[in-house]
Design a protein around this ligand. Structure first.
Ligand code: ATP
Length: 233
């Protein structure tokens, strides 16, 4: 299987502050990676660095065969990286449909109709403004906007945070369907169990470094080892 993302020797942070050190990653096309770790260990910073939102001190990021570490954010998006940040990237004063349409780019299967088919709730709410949506609907819209860019790689930063249990189940099912699709996915999720159940591979971060990497299924089957890894550091 061809490689979707290859990261080598990544050192990154905010200005002169280094948060991530010596990060190596390999994600094959159509692969899926969970990033686990306690609060503040650098999970969001790693996602933001792949997207180009932080300060890169050294290292390389190859996406779909192309070095992207010096490219601006919009170029990375144009090449096929979809980013759903923790803050939910939607325009509050645009309608659901306008939010989706302004995010349309790239060639591929995803269109307004396909997003509505994928999230029927968004079709029902198509005329509502971003700020009139529930938290779950905002998250669907944020993911829908990323899908309108026809990404090859979809990066999801805690997509279930702060949502009610019923919406969590609906969204988790949607994320599973995306994982079964042609997409490559990186998922940061607070519930280790949920993250491991829906991905193939996992890395654990602690204080900006990778402290464990391997198969998600292995950690799921060895909960004692998972607890020990998560508590170490
Ligand atoms: N914009 C910023 N400027 C400076 N430092 C930051 C910034 N954002 C995060 N940090 C710092 O970087 C470190 C890693 O934070 P990050 O948000 O990546 O962790 P995280 O693992 O995603 O945490 P959480 O699970 O709480 O979201 C923390 O020490 C944090 O204070």
């Amino acid at each position: 299987m061809a490689e979707c993302l290859k990261v080598r020797g990544l050192v990154a942070g905010y200005g002169a502050t280094v948060v991530l050190e010596d990060i190596d990653l390999d994600i094959p096309e159509q692969g899926s990676l969970a990033i686990l770790g306690r609060n503040g260990v650098g999970k969001t910073t790693l996602l933001a660095t792949i997207m180009g939102h932080t300060t890169l001190h050294s290292g390389s990021i190859v996406f779909d065969g192309q070095a992207i570490e010096r490219l601006p954010v919009h170029e990375r998006a144009r090449l096929g990286i979809g980013y759903v940040p923790q803050t939910r990237d939607i325009f509050p004063s645009l309608t659901v449909e306008e939010n989706l349409m302004v995010a349309e780019h790239g060639a591929g299967d995803w269109s307004l109709d396909k997003v509505y088919e994928f999230f029927p709730r968004l079709l029902e709410r198509r005329g509502n403004f971003g700020n009139q949506l529930s938290g779950g609907e905002q998250q669907m819209l944020s993911i829908g906007r990323a899908l309108m860019g026809n990404p090859k790689l979809l990066i999801l930063d805690e997509p279930l945070e702060g949502l009610s249990p019923i919406i969590v189940d609906v969204l988790m099912e949607s994320i599973r369907r995306l994982l079964e699709d042609k997409l490559t996915v990186i998922l940061v999720e607070q519930s280790a169990r949920r993250a491991l159940q829906s991905t193939q591979e996992v890395i654990v971060l602690d204080r900006g470094r990778i402290t464990w990497k391997g198969q998600s299924g292995y950690l799921l089957a060895h909960p004692d080892e998972l607890s020990a890894i998560m508590l170490a550091g």
